[in-house]
Design a protein around this ligand. Structure first.
Ligand SMILES: Nc1nc2c(ncn2[C@@H]2O[C@H](COP(=O)(O)OP(=O)(O)OP(=O)(O)O)[C@@H](O)[C@H]2O)c(=O)[nH]1
Ligand SMILES: [Mg+2]
Length: 365
């Protein structure tokens, strides 16, 4: 199960440049003209996690394997996309495949870089995209309701109920994205299966100029204020800085560069951190002489399901999980001492995995 974050936004706002910086590649064509990207670019990014390095040192592991997140650089959307404008429908299908959305907004001035609407106004830009996604959902729910009514009584394996679809329609007709609706437990299950574009968790990236990376600028502040009302995270990222950062491979130089820019972390770290929060994900580790490895699971995943992420046999034959917290493992200096100190817990089938747990699964074949 890989988590996919789609990079969306108006054309020419820096999505592909950001994608290349995040994936440390040049696989996406980035150029100063709208609709440079047509087919989506897909890339995996290793999730930076300082805990992984520490654990690997303690266990003297031969291999250190981070967990990965997938980014999809999607073509720019314009007004009318839901009606097929600018190849809109094809792009919307790419968005449908994502677990979360990172909406890039242009918050930098540069007269050499074209803005499709000729004015820097990220709040208006967000409105354009939100409206198109909303219209696309409205069209899709209308069709689903029509087809539901046509076949009603003939099929009893419906995944989505008519009541759910009508509720979704009502939310959309009031001009709200589905994610802002209030749903009951059984509706939430349907929501996960329904693949509405406006139900996907979203965060905003303010692509600010290099000088505004610390405190933001007048544009990013407006995005922040809007994001607050939508209860969505907004991150200031300078895509040009990220481009420079992606070319530095030396750890020391990277730290120096960040320090010079007055930054605490890279845009990638910020984005991954916010993405994990948005998707409700956490990381647990396995650590031994062979390898130290990070695994991503949704918060509150039960121990057997977490074990199943490594191998289905681990889940099938799950007996228990030797579990120790990151800080206890660190202060004890490894498994052996942590056991001696009584810091290793024996957790059963009902245990919900916590972020930072180091786990050793015991199973029978
Ligand atoms: N000054 C400045 N230019 C940028 C920045 N980010 C991207 N650009 C430039 O903006 C232009 C468009 O960048 P892309 O990354 O291709 O934009 P996109 O959003 O992928 O565009 P489409 O694929 O057409 O939707 C390129 O010429 C980039 O060099 C930035 O942070 N500052
Ligand atoms: Mg592009």
């Amino acid at each position: 199960m890989g988590f996919k974050t789609g990079i969306i936004g108006l054309p020419n706002v820096g999505k592909s440049t950001l994608f290349n910086a995040l994936t440390k590649s040049n696989s996406a064509q980035a150029a100063n003209f709208p609709f440079c990207t047509i087919d989506p670019n897909i890339g995996e990014v290793m999730v930076p996690d300082h805990r992984l390095i520490e654990l690997s040192k303690i266990s003297v592991s031969k291999e250190t394997i981070p967990t990965k997140m997938t980014f999809i650089d999607i073509a720019g959307l314009v007004k009318g996309a839901s009606k097929g404008e600018g190849l809109g429908n094809k792009f919307l299908a790419n968005i449908r495949e994502c677990d979360a959305l990172a909406h890039v907004t242009r918050c930098f001035e540069d007269e050499n870089v074209t803005h499709v609407n000729n004015v820097i106004d990220p709040v208006a830009d967000i409105d354009i995209i939100d409206t198109e996604l909303l219209l696309a959902d409205l069209e899709s729910v209308t069709k689903q309701i029509e087809s539901f009514k046509k076949r009603s009584g003939k099929k009893n394996d419906e995944v989505l109920s008519l009541a759910f679809l009508e509720k979704a329609m009502e939310i959309l007709e009031s001009g709200m994205p589905i994610r802002q609706g209030v749903f009951l437990e059984d509706e939430l299950k349907m929501l996960r299966l329904s693949q509405f574009l406006t139900s996907k968790p979203i965060l905003f990236i303010c692509n600010v100029d290099e000088n505004s990376i610390k405190g933001g600028n007048e544009y990013s502040k407006k995005v922040e204020a809007l994001a607050k009302t939508l209860k969505a995270p907004a991150l200031n990222i300078s895509v040009s800085i990220e481009q420079e950062l992606s070319e530095i491979s030396n750890e020391y130089e990277l730290k120096e560069f960040l320090l010079d820019m007055g930054m605490n972390s890279t845009g990638l770290e910020k984005l991954i951190h916010a993405g994990y929060g948005l998707l409700g994900l956490c990381t647990y580790f396995t650590s031994g002489p062979k390898e130290t490895r990070a695994w991503t699971v949704p918060n509150s995943t039960l121990a057997p399901d977490a074990a199943g992420k490594i191998h289905t046999d681990f889940k099938k034959g799950f007996i228990r999980a030797e579990t120790v917290s990151y800080s206890d493992f660190l202060s004890a200096g490894g498994w052996l001492r942590a056991k001696e100190l009584g810091k290793v817990r024996s957790e059963g089938k009902d245990y919900s995995v916590k972020d930072g747990d180091i786990m050793n699964f015991l199973f029978s074949n």
